[in-house]
Design a protein around this ligand. Structure first.
Ligand SMILES: [Fe+2]
Length: 420
């Protein structure tokens, strides 16, 4: 996404239209129910992203801006302590009013005001905040999909979010995994100064990497089925202590959304229930599961620095939300190099989400965006089949707690230079 003011305003309109498109298949009821404390209703996502523009851009930078509804600050503030008290996260599903229609009216009000600001050549700081708001909204577009999947998976009818999603090619060939070798040394990671990046991606800095190897594709469902068949979910020595407790307490025996139907695995998807495709990347696994799988495989998860160094050298394209597939896809015959680095599934790394050397949070209210979450979470890289293509980059750091399973999260194995 360009940092030119006119390009930012054009991006704003495109991003807002994409959110409307994501919500189009949903009824007011679909968009209102909250499936679990970690997930949010689609209606809340649509309103909260508008609230973000209202608080971060319109109130400070558009003179005379009329707030759409003062009560919305309580309803749609997510976690910004500096911006006031708010509806508790686990109770966002109680917001049956305003209606979905009213939330769309809120969005139209905010859209018109940003258009007005754009027509007046906004100051540089306002443009920067519009850009942040666009990237923020793209994050919520993905969350809208992951949260709807979690909701529909709990509906006995197992409805499809999108009935037009193409059928899987269940017979896709299983590609053998090979390992790309990297010599390591002193390398740089992190976002450069130019272009948009979240504050947590900066500053670019040096790290030391030992020689390592990285799998040239994602871990597949076939490999995960071997892990299950070999008792991977029943062997405590494969697991971190906290992960084993989660596995036992949660009754985990397969990735989230998998069900065993007459000795055949099916999974809930945004296209409704589908047979698990052996050659497709495994998805909806926690860090704890990914880590246990890696140990069972005699490998390990990559660090985020190893992943980024590899992604900068050899990776492009990917299966993003624009493909319309809305689930990870097998590698295609004839592809070479590092495959599936971007798109398909977010890749768990072994790196805790922590500040880079000389990290400084963004200024103002946006200081709460990332920095205060740098405790107890692990970094995921590369984007997923629900990520907008223009949202992702090699330096992008996503983060979730190690037991989170409802995101489009999977893994790629790594190894030390002498063990693969
Ligand atoms: Fe947010």
């Amino acid at each position: 996404m360009s940092t030119e003011p006119s390009a930012i305003c054009a991006s704003f309109r495109a991003v807002r239209a994409a959110s409307r498109e994501r919500a189009a298949p949903l009824s007011d009821a679909d968009a209102t129910v909250q499936s679990m404390p970690d997930a949010s209703p689609a209606k809340w996502h649509l309103a909260h992203t508008s609230w973000f523009f209202e608080k971060m851009v319109l109130e400070p930078y558009l003179p005379g801006y009329r707030v759409f509804d003062p009560s919305f600050n309580y309803l749609f503030n997510s976690y910004y302590e500096t911006l006031g008290v708010r509806q508790p996260r686990p109770r966002r599903g109680m917001i049956t009013r305003p209606t979905l229609e009213a939330v769309h009216a809120y969005r139209a009000h905010v859209d018109a005001a940003i258009d007005l600001l754009c027509a007046r050549a906004p100051p540089e700081r306002a443009s920067a905040m519009i850009a942040l708001g666009c990237h923020h909204e793209q994050q919520h577009q993905e969350l809208l999909l992951t949260d709807i999947l979690n909701l529909f998976a709990q509906n006995p009818l197992r409805p499809a979010y999108d009935v037009h999603i193409s059928e899987d090619s269940e017979a896709a060939a299983l590609a053998p995994v090979t390992y790309r070798k990297f010599s390591g040394g002193i390398v740089e990671i992190g976002a450069r100064d130019e272009g948009f990046a979240f504050d947590c991606e900066r500053p670019r800095h040096r790290v030391v990497l030992e020689p390592y190897r990285l799998a040239d594709r994602l871990t597949t469902n076939a490999e995960w089925m071997d892990f299950i068949a070999d008792g991977g979910y029943r062997q405590p020595l494969l697991w971190m202590s906290e992960g084993w407790a989660k596995c036992c307490d949660g009754g985990w025996s397969a990735p989230l959304y998998w069900e065993d139907r007459d000795d055949e695995f099916w999974s809930m998807t945004l296209a409704g229930p589908r047979r698990v495709v052996p050659a497709a990347p495994v998805v909806h696994v926690s860090f704890f599961e990914a880590d246990a799988f890696a140990r069972w495989s005699g490998r390990r998860l990559p660090t985020e620095a190893e992943w980024e160094h590899a992604a900068e050298s050899d990776a492009s394209g990917g299966n993003f939300v624009e493909s319309g597939l809305l689930r990870p896809a097998p590698t295609r015959p004839g592809e070479s190099g590092l495959r599936q680095m971007f798109g398909d599934v977010w890749e768990w790394t072994s790196s805790a989400f922590s500040p880079y050397p000389r990290f400084r949070p963004a200024e103002g209210a946006a200081a709460e965006y990332n920095g205060k979450f740098m405790c107890g979470q692990f970094v995921l890289r590369g984007g997923s089949c629900a990520t907008p293509a223009r949202h992702i980059r090699a330096s992008y750091r996503n983060f979730f707690p190690p037991d989170a399973r409802w995101q489009f999260s999977g893994l790629r194995l790594a190894g030390d230079d002498d063990d693969v």
